[in-house]
Design a binder for this molecule. Structure first.
Ligand code: DGL
Length: 250
């Protein structure tokens, strides 16, 4: 049985956990929500690196064999540092799903929703650079999306107005693929899809990240599938926001 450590600035990483559990149902999960320091989106790389170290130490202390950085912003700011400082630990990061969007678009325009930290990170900029000759890539920060999810406001007029403000510019630019570049955003997917209407596909990279985790566990010879399943939820702030979203992915 593998012990899989997962962390995010808050509850968003549970969208990755949900996919992990589908293909790795009999593992031990350790989930850390850094909600006392959420959101990460506008924070400096050095700040996020410090938080990532603290959380990594906690997860390793609990026996994690592998750590899934289930946060695009923390992946952008800290995964290189983590890999350097903990060379024996396998880390899995989030990949912005620009490739499937670029391959699938019919309009030739893809939209990316992410945090400011992710959009200015070199990982995203490199990926963008690989595709921008072939397709037009338009971006927008999902302004207020993380706060909605942490506050448990996943639908209704407030969620719709907040989502529309960031999504509409991408739709107006002609995007027919919308990449969710922040792990909180899949919890707003029903609203996002409704506002997109038919003909626009919303892409969540979490299933691909889950498959990559399985692949790395197998490659490292860490036994999987032996059970029993368990999950421990940790949080640096109040527990309510995490428990609310956890109920949706149970
Ligand atoms: N869930 C996060 C991400 O994937 C972090 C959002 C935030 O804290 O700003 O980027």
């Amino acid at each position: 049985m593998a012990s899989i450590g997962i962390f995010d600035s808050g509850s968003g990483g549970l969208s990755v956990y949900r996919e992990l559990r589908k293909i790795l149902p009999r593992e031990r999960y350790l989930y850390f929500s850094d909600n006392a320091h959420c959101p990460y989106g506008e924070k400096s790389a050095a700040y996020i690196q410090d938080r990532a170290r603290v959380i990594t130490d906690i997860l390793l202390g609990m026996g994690a064999d592998i750590i899934v950085v289930a946060c695009n912003t923390a992946t952008a700011a800290a995964i290189a540092t983590l890999r350097e400082e903990y060379p024996a630990v396998p880390f899995i990061g989030m990949e912005p799903a620009v490739k499937p969007a670029a391959l699938g678009t019919e309009s030739g325009v893809i939209g990316v929703l992410a945090t400011a930290g992710t959009l200015k990170g070199s990982k995203y900029l490199n990926t963008r650079g690989q595709y921008e000759d072939d397709v037009k890539i338009v971006e927008h920060v999902g302004q207020g999306f993380v706060e909605l999810v942490e506050g448990g406001i996943l639908d209704g007029p407030e969620a719709e107005a907040t989502v529309r403000a960031s999504l509409q510019p991408l739709l107006d630019a002609g995007a027919d693929r919308i990449v969710l570049g922040c792990t909180h955003y899949p919890f707003l997917q029903p609203v996002i899809e409704r506002l997109c209407g038919s003909g626009v596909q919303v892409i969540d990279p979490a299933p691909a990240v889950a498959r990559q985790t399985l692949h790395v566990l197998q490659e490292k010879g860490i036994p999987v599938g032996e059970g029993p399943f368990s999950i421990d939820l940790y949080h640096s702030g109040e527990p309510e926001s995490l428990l609310r979203i956890y109920k949706l992915v149970q």
